[in-house]
Design a protein around this ligand. Sequence first.
Ligand SMILES: Cc1ncc(COP(=O)(O)O)c(C=O)c1O
Ligand SMILES: N[C@@H](CCCC[NH3+])C(=O)O
Length: 414
Amino acid sequence: MDYFNHHQGRLMAEQLDVAELATEFGTPCYLYSQATIERHWRAFSDAMGERPHLICYAVKANSNLAILNLMARMGSGFDIVSGGELARVIAAGGDPAKVVFSGVGKTAAEMRQALEAGIHCFNVESEPELDRLNAVAGALGKRAPVSLRINPDIDAKTHPYISTGLKQNKFGIPATKALAAYQYAASLPNLRITGMDCHIGSQLTETQPFVEALERLLALVDALSECGIELEHLDLGGGLGVSYGDEIPPSPAEYVAALLPSLGERQLTLVLEPGRAIMANAGILVTQVEFLKQGEDRDFAIVDAAMNDLLRPALYQAEQQIVEVVKSDRATANYDVVGPVCETGDFLGKDRTLAISQGDLLAVRGAGAYGFTMSSNYNSRPRAAEVMVSGDSAHLIRKRETLEQLWQGEQLLP
Ligand SMILES: Cc1ncc(COP(=O)(O)O)c(C=O)c1O
Ligand SMILES: N[C@@H](CCCC[NH3+])C(=O)O
């Protein structure tokens, strides 16, 4: 068993009993399955077969050092969006030469940091960013490897907040301006053009928008080639969705198989930046029921995890399954599962049928990606512990914050 499944009515994390782990580590607590992370990462890498490729795990999905280290040991590259993420990758033993740096607002300091580390390339998102990178690289006596992020104007058919490849989104350079932008980049002395990239959105459950984006990019690759600009790699970003409920997204193998025919004979290294597809279903958030409260309109299960621990339901109305950690034959009722934060938007799930009483444990599934990394200290709540399960052992990979850590770095006025 290498997943989170009920066995004789008790939720197991690989071979360990989740209720016992909750007693040991406290709640709320994120639990991850090492075997699941490894299996998901390999699914991408295996799908590529002999084709030259680089899997750059999107660090924003889950940036715990132990998880980055696990990926680094499998040979993963990394997609980063800040100097902080680069520092984490390096601290975790990741190879900077396999790092791609995305994001619309890279600062000069972040560019210097990445050039000194020797990253694989900058995914540049605008002309002014080209100018800044050229200046920073020149001052360091280096040539910066550059890919231009193209906005292909494709509808990814996902939540509007995580759709990134439409012309009204802030991301990338419009496909219509791409040739001019490449020619401009080629004229700058401290840049070296190496690739092209896009990322059209997250939680995509069909292959067709990816294939459309790829075809738009390939038309540009060919047009550049005619102008004498040859690229080494093509990066299609991340975005492959997962099943949080009824969705049936393509597997990594199906997704890659859908992409390869369009590439044809072109000798481009294919780069992918998956985040969610590797991490989401490799993690759960375990929480305890503090109170059951009967309202006039509905019943509430008030739990010890809140929107500060898992923001996705509040931010995107995301629906993630919530299950009892220990099944019982108690009567079921419908509850809004809510946290202690002082916001009506603080819920983990609405109208969920559960058989629970005070003190019981619940697990929110699909919490391994964009769970801990989007957590905050709102309401001065310490951030949850993170635990990695591997077979029949569990390792604390991030301690729960102490109350004192909540004001670290703050000073009283003299
Ligand atoms: C540039 C870039 N690459 C990769 C990802 C990872 O996306 P996902 O977690 O959907 O695979 C994102 C986030 O959506 C992103 O913005
Ligand atoms: N944070 C989003 C995904 C955004 C990906 C970042 N480009 C989520 O939880 O679904």
